[in-house]
Write a protein that binds this ligand. Structure first.
Ligand SMILES: C[S@@+](CC[C@H](N)C(=O)[O-])C[C@H]1O[C@@H](n2cnc3c(N)ncnc32)[C@H](O)[C@@H]1O
Length: 174
């Protein structure tokens, strides 16, 4: 096992531990998720947020759980099996083109932006996926807020309309 695999394995195992000891609950309130929404949990990790979103959207909604690592999606699949989550589709970033354009009511990118190598590529892809009246939430954990805001504004693809709880609420431009 090389260092990188070890780090990813540890990250997922810590997230899965968190999902047991402090499951995601009211953290999702600020996203205003409704029954029937289509949500993308971008950088889903072990799927702690995915599971809560799955409950909020109900049978007519859908949540795409997207991550760059197989190991993350394996953890999501364990949750799908354990909790019988029928409205969750795990998607690897390398296959993200399989998700239709302009599909998402809400995209959440929680505690993941600091790991992204090229934020502009991600912001462009998320812009492809969002509906015209959809909303993107970027959690700025582990980052300097002004840095994140600068990246978002300079992308010319997203307008920041609110900032609270270290989280940016963004609307698509164009
Ligand atoms: C610290 S975890 C947070 C997971 C989850 N959002 C949560 O808060 O429970 C960050 C996740 O983002 C994923 N990630 C990092 N870079 C990514 C990228 N460019 N695209 C998608 N996911 C990415 C990592 O693999 C990891 O699972």
């Amino acid at each position: 096992m090389n260092n990188k695999e070890f780090t990813v394995e540890r990250m997922i195992s810590m997230l899965e531990e968190r999902d047991i000891t402090s499951p995601i609950n009211e953290e999702c309130d600020k996203f205003g998720i409704k029954k029937g929404d289509i949500v993308i949990d971008y950088g889903c990790g072990s799927g702690g947020y995915t599971k809560k979103v799955s409950e909020l959207i109900g049978d007519n909604g859908k949540v795409y759980a997207v991550d760059i690592y197989d190991m993350a999606l394996e953890a999501v699949k364990r949750k799908i099996d354990k909790y019988q989550l029928k409205n969750v589709e795990p998607v690897l970033v390398k296959n993200i083109n399989r998700i239709d354009a302009n599909i998402a009511d809400i995209i959440i990118a929680i505690d993941m932006f600091h790991m992204v190598q090229d934020p502009n590529v991600v912001l462009k892809e998320l812009h492809r996926l969002i509906k015209k009246n959809g909303t993107l939430f970027i959690d700025m954990m582990h980052m300097i807020p002004d840095d994140v805001k600068g990246i978002v504004v300079n992308s010319n693809l997203w307008e920041i309309v609110n900032e609270s709880d270290n989280c940016l609420k963004c609307l698509p431009i164009g």
